[in-house]
Write a protein that binds this ligand. Structure first.
Ligand SMILES: Nc1ncnc2c1ncn2[C@@H]1O[C@H](COP(=O)(O)OP(=O)(O)O)[C@@H](O)[C@H]1O
Ligand SMILES: [Mg+2]
Length: 126
């Protein structure tokens, strides 16, 4: 999937993010450390919540490589600041605040505010 990575868009502590070469409406999130479980957890969270109301607050994941090194996600328009009224269940995510305010973790998609970095903790217990 490395050959599908186009323009560099940004990075965080765990992943480098590129535009998808075949579709500028998608991003590829590439794990810096192959043993990191961030992509796997983000993918699992999406699979768990995608058909629920909570899922509407998450940037949709599209596919993932078998080794989880590459995660394809819908590209969102990034917000400069975290939204004021973050839903309670999202606050239970460890890094929502740090991420939201300092690392561009929020964006808009079809007029809705969504979180793009949600692979720190499994969400199905909350
Ligand atoms: N779905 C997305 N749409 C647009 N930009 C994104 C998307 N996902 C990540 N990015 C960009 O890549 C950066 C790092 O992504 P992030 O998911 O926060 O990685 P990390 O887990 O390493 O913190 C973000 O701050 C943002 O600039
Ligand atoms: Mg981040």
């Amino acid at each position: 999937m490395l050959n599908k990575c186009g323009k560099y868009l940004g990075e965080g502590y765990r992943r480098i993010v590129y535009e998808h070469i075949d579709d500028a409406g998608l991003v590829i999130k590439f794990l810096k450390n192959p043993d990191d479980d961030h992509n796997q957890i983000e993918w699992d969270n999406w699979q768990m919540l995608k058909d629920t109301e909570k899922g509407e607050t998450l940037a949709p994941c599209v596919s993932m490589s078998d080794d989880s090194r590459f995660l394809v996600q819908v590209r969102v328009k990034l917000l400069k600041e975290a939204p004021n009224n973050v839903t309670e269940w999202l606050k239970k995510l460890g890094d929502w605040k740090v991420g939201g305010n300092e690392s561009n973790h929020w964006g808009t998609l079809n007029g809705k505010t969504v979180l793009i970095d949600y692979g720190d903790k499994k969400l199905w217990n909350i």
